[in-house]
Write a protein that binds this ligand. Structure first.
Ligand code: SF4
Length: 296
């Protein structure tokens, strides 16, 4: 049972401190994909929702964006704490409305989704310079996917990535979060490499309310992995990630794929093979960079 509320907001664009965008845009509060590991569930605290994450959505209505050309050259990240193409978008079209209002402004857009509903808006997305759409895929195992979220089946996501890429729009395969011992990064890269321009790799972070949920899930469903999870998430052991990093580096070399820490995908020819970007612990890397900047 999903609770829908329609809410009025003063503005839909929020200044962002994300490394990849100038503004973040979230046409909804809440997300019915209800991923069990969703870091965005902290939004409940700010919005007064007490219902379980995944069971409510606030649908945002905002005044028409005045002078959208002010955002020329700026990057908008659509979907930082919600999925802009969750099922209710079919009914309300708030993400489509946003794209219509910003069309022709000269801004750049990045969209993050777990849904193939985004294909509906190819016509609009194509009008933005250097648009990119990222699809989160962290498993090829449909049973594990179903255990973790209510988004569309993996096959549909991969097919949507293919269609988007074929339409000439840059796509990212966002392998996130990587579940130790469960996410097969190499298999996902092999499956998606001809459908995307970029692969992002992000480790599973466990903190807050969802840490016991995920650890409980592992204990019950993959008890053989529980000692590994306890080492990583209770003792702070990072050897798993160092080893995975080395393995992926070797794998990419064998496959003729570039493996880096920074993203320069927009400067690459569209048809070049994807580059694989390691974003392990990127929050810490960003925090340290900020610290260093503030010291100097
Ligand atoms: S799709 Fe994204 S915002 Fe939605 S529940 Fe999953 S992780 Fe959270």
């Amino acid at each position: 049972m999903i609770t829908e509320n329609q809410i009025e907001v003063k503005s839909i664009l929020t200044k962002s401190n994300l490394p990849v965008a100038d503004y973040s845009v979230n046409p909804y509060v809440g997300c019915t994909h209800g991923c069990r590991y969703c870091y965005a569930s902290f939004m409940k605290r700010f919005t007064g929702h007490t219902e379980p994450w995944g069971s409510f959505v606030d649908v945002k209505f905002w005044p028409e964006i005045k002078h959208p050309e002010r955002y020329a050259g700026k990057e908008l990240f659509i979907g930082s704490v919600t999925d802009p193409y969750q099922p209710l978008e079919e009914k309300y079209g708030r993400t489509r409305e946003l794209l219509k209002q910003m069309r022709g402004s000269g801004c750049r857009i990045g969209i993050a989704t777990k849904s193939d509903l985004v294909l509906r808006d190819i016509d609009l997305i194509k009008t933005f310079p250097n648009a990119r759409v990222s699809f989160s895929i962290n498993t090829l195992d449909e049973n594990f996917r179903k255990d973790m979220d209510n988004s569309v089946p993996i096959e549909r996501k991969i097919e949507a990535m293919r269609k988007m890429h074929e339409a000439g729009i840059r796509t990212t395969c966002f392998i996130s979060p990587i579940f130790p011992g469960l996410t097969d990064c190499k298999a996902i890269i092999c499956e998606c490499r001809d459908k995307c321009n970029l692969v992002w790799l992000e480790n599973l972070n466990l903190r807050g309310a969802y840490k016991p949920i995920i650890l409980g899930y592992i204990k019950e469903n993959h008890p053989e992995l529980y000692p590994l999870y306890a080492d990583i998430y209770s003792k702070g052991d990072r050897r798993y990630w160092f080893t995975l990093n080395e393995e992926l580096k070797d794998f990419c070399q064998e496959e003729g794929l570039e493996y880096i820490r920074d993203d320069d995908s927009m400067s690459r020819p569209f048809d070049a093979p994807p580059i694989i970007v390691n974003y392990f612990f990127h929050e810490e890397v960003k925090r340290n960079a900020t610290k260093e900047n503030s010291i100097s």
